[in-house]
Write a protein that binds this ligand. Structure first.
Ligand SMILES: NC(=O)c1ccc[n+]([C@@H]2O[C@H](COP(=O)([O-])OP(=O)(O)OC[C@H]3O[C@@H](n4cnc5c(N)ncnc54)[C@H](O)[C@@H]3O)[C@@H](O)[C@H]2O)c1
Length: 248
């Protein structure tokens, strides 16, 4: 008899799943038996990739749009009738210091990482609570806790993800919702976002990041653990995954 996967039968929504870390998360979760919903603004690629995973489906979702979140959740409930976990992964960066950042680009970065995470938590909470053991995994960044001058708005948005998560946890406890939430703070992992960042980073920052760089699968292993019941007692953890760079 085949052994059960680590997240067998769980219905998991991953945002920003058409590329990079989100795609690695989707693959790891599907490999361990989850029914994964790949949600992305790049709907074509999300569909192409979902077709390669057992039990997966794709949705167009711009995480900054409340109406699209409502539509996405309605579709998931129609198809699966439940939602067990939400991975708020979608994010964008602008490679600008505080002085270079315009109000417009600051708002654009905040809208995807901070507002997108807010909307995901708000809209999915009732369904996650109804699952009986919901798990939220919010993807922040090591940039949220390090002074990184070249990604000013991005650092601010990821800091907001940390504080939002704490607030969501206490709200769930007060409401008696069986939902836990944890935050992943990755350092550099090889994706398009990081390749773009290297073009703007000063050489010493780029070299330090490259020395500690990981692969998307390393983050996906952690996300898998946080979605799975193996981490049932973890609630409010803020886990830096950067091969020791932050403490060096
Ligand atoms: N790669 C790293 O080293 C690293 C480090 C720290 C944090 N992160 C975080 O991990 C997450 C994924 O990053 P990545 O490196 O895979 O980036 P990426 O650019 O490779 O992929 C981002 C994905 O998000 C999607 N996306 C962008 N805007 C969206 C929106 N409004 N709605 C829905 N989807 C949207 C893109 O289409 C893409 O599929 C981000 O939140 C990022 O900040 C990444």
């Amino acid at each position: 008899m085949a052994s059960k996967g680590r997240v067998e039968g769980k219905v998991v929504l991953v945002t920003g799943a058409a590329h990079g870390l989100g795609w690695a998360d989707a693959q790891a979760l599907a490999r361990e038996g989850a029914q994964v919903i790949l949600a992305d603004v790049d709907e074509e690629e999300a569909r192409r990739l979902a077709d390669t995973l057992p039990g997966a489906m794709a949705l167009r979702l711009d995480v900054t749009c409340e109406v699209q979140w409502q539509g996405a959740l309605a579709k998931i409930m129609q198809v699966h009738g439940r939602l067990d976990a939400l991975v708020n992964n979608a994010g964008i960066a602008a490679f600008e210091t505080v002085e270079q950042s315009s109000l417009e680009s600051f708002r654009r970065v905040m809208s995807v990482s901070a507002e997108g995470t807010f909307l995901g938590c708000k809209i999915c909470l009732p369904a996650l609570a109804a699952s009986g053991a919901g798990s939220i995994v919010n993807i922040a960044s090591a940039a949220a806790i390090r002074g990184n001058p070249t990604v000013f708005a991005y650092s601010a948005a990821k800091g907001a993800v940390l504080s939002m998560t704490r607030s969501v946890i206490v709200h769930c406890q007060q409401q008696g919702y069986p939902v836990r939430a944890n935050v992943v703070l990755p350092g550099s992992h090889d994706t398009q976002m990081v390749r773009d960042a290297y073009r703007f980073a000063p050489p010493e920052l780029r070299e330090a990041a490259q020395r500690h760089e990981g692969q998307p699968e390393h983050v996906a292993d952690l996300v898998l653990f946080l979605v799975s019941d193996e981490s049932a007692r973890l609630n409010g953890a803020e886990i830096v995954i950067d091969n020791g760079r932050t403490v060096a």
